[in-house]
Design a protein around this ligand. Sequence first.
Ligand code: SF4
Length: 82
Amino acid sequence: MKKVKIVYTRDNCIGATVCVNLDSKHWIMNKADAKANLIDGTQQGDKWVLETELTQEVQMAAEQCPAGVIEVYDLESDEKLF
Ligand code: SF4
């Protein structure tokens, strides 16, 4: 399976929960500030980053986040996929 990097701009999350509903393996709501947390992600500046395998769920969360704050990059080529 293709290795990818999820890059999440948490500051701009609007708390729509679409990601959690589509991909609960990677996303959980943080009740304290009503934004999503990227499970096991690490903070790099204003981004949260996680290396993982590309699944349909990972793709759908990125494509359907209404705030457009979830990006997915090919880990090898660094090409933006979604
Ligand atoms: S779908 Fe996007 S805006 Fe909604 S909670 Fe997830 S990251 Fe935030």
